[in-house]
Design a protein around this ligand. Structure first.
Ligand code: FEO
Length: 393
């Protein structure tokens, strides 16, 4: 059944509890939901965001089951198919409906979903659309996380539909958020994987929504926030410019020589009051790494040499870090080799766009010896001094 959000605003989304990976990349701990909202005005009815194509049939059936017999507008806040995928089917069910969106999203849904141009009404920033006693105001908000994204503000009810922004991969029975560690973790992983590369614009939109003083935030994944400050405060922290006093230690180690050095560094850092997170790049959950990247100020990556270069898992992690654009300021590498090659050069090149302060890497043949442990002591001391200089200690 649709759930009531406010008078004549309904939740028409669905839980995907069996989904275990998103974008074929990120493991999901709590499935996800695809949220769709129905706004019934005195004259017109609008659907805000639709449904992931896998659930189209069930989604359309739910309109009949809940007595929604008329749709005048389909608002597309974003062209990605987990929200816009059911637009063509919804247009078939309600042939007189018009899709309302911004120019960038209009192009996307024409090309990706073959929605005919004549079925689309293009709106501009801050344009309003009357449904009678309710008014939709469109706030074009590119970059969270595609160039086509926008928010839809329902003026009389003072609630805002933010699509992916402020969302979480999370399922629920009651649509209203109950703050919990689990929800916060899901929202943080989601932020890390989807929004972190756009932290600067996230900060801008957090402030914009705060200034509106909305009563509710209605995202298109995860629960509805009756207390907008809960999710806005979390986003303000995660999207902030300054990391925490935390070192990330992603590692891959074929014969434990690298792992022993990483463990030794973690111990030395702990003695200096610097917590660290060790992450197994082969067995670990990519979401955990992404989440740690939200907070870490320093990354020291440990890798074995494989065929004269870094282990492929290390490349994968460095690539992910380079595209997620975390707030880390400092980096280094620790590694062990058997017969030679270039362990760090290409990885350092990949991190160049992040403009990190790179501490001299430590490269060891086989097992670390006494002089190598002295180098790790020195690395821990350097990290300590740099964290202190950044005001983290
Ligand atoms: Fe949830 Fe960008 O789609």
């Amino acid at each position: 059944m649709f759930q009531k959000i406010k008078d004549n605003i309904l939740y028409a989304g669905m839980n995907d509890k069996d989904r275990v990976i998103f974008d074929e990349l990120i493991p999901l701990d709590n499935g996800t939901s695809y949220n769709s909202y129905i706004v019934i005005g005195s004259e017109k009815t609008a659907v805000i965001d639709t449904m992931y194509p896998k659930f189209t049939k069930e989604y359309l059936k739910s309109f009949d089951e809940n007595g929604i017999t008329k749709v005048d507008y389909i608002i597309a806040n974003h062209g990605e198919q987990d929200h816009s995928g059911s637009i063509p089917a919804l247009l078939e069910k309600f042939p007189s409906a018009v899709v309302v969106t911004n120019a960038v999203c209009a192009k996307n849904i024409q090309e990706m979903l073959l929605v005919p141009a004549e079925k689309i009404k293009i709106i501009s920033n801050n344009e309003e659309l009357s449904l009678g006693d309710k008014t939709l105001k469109f706030m074009i908000s590119p970059g969270v996380h595609w160039p086509d994204t926008m928010f839809t503000y329902i003026k009389e009810d003072n609630v805002i539909c933010t699509c992916d922004f402020l969302g979480a991969h999370y399922i629920f029975d009651d649509v209203f958020a109950v703050p919990s560690k689990d929800l916060e973790k899901s929202a943080k992983k989601y932020f890390a994987e989807i929004m972190m590369p756009f932290s600067t614009v996230c900060r801008k939109y957090v402030q914009q929504i705060r200034d509106l003083k909305v009563d509710m935030v209605l995202p298109s994944h995860g629960p509805v926030h009756k207390n907008p400050d809960y999710i806005l405060d979390l986003y303000a922290d995660w999207a902030g410019e300054k990391g925490k006093n935390l070192v990330l230690l992603p590692y891959v180690s074929m014969y434990h020589s690298t792992e022993e050095m990483i463990d030794y560094l973690a111990k030395k850092l702990e003695e200096k009051g610097i917590p660290s997170v060790k992450y197994d790049m082969v067995e670990g959950n990519l979401g955990d790494l992404a989440m740690a990247l939200v907070d870490g100020t320093t990354i020291v990556l440990g890798t074995s040499m494989v065929l004269a270069g870094p282990h492929p898992a290390a490349f994968n992690t460095v690539y992910l870090a380079s595209v997620l654009r975390p707030k880390a300021k400092i980096a280094s590498f620790i590694g062990s080799y058997g017969w030679g090659g270039d362990l760090f050069g290409k990885m350092a090149d990949m991190l160049t766009p992040l403009k990190l302060d790179v501490i001299e890497p430590i490269l060891v043949k086989g097992k670390a010896k006494a002089e190598d442990y002295v180098k790790i002591d020195n690395m821990a001391q350097t990290i300590y001094e740099k964290h202190k200089a950044l005001g983290l200690l």
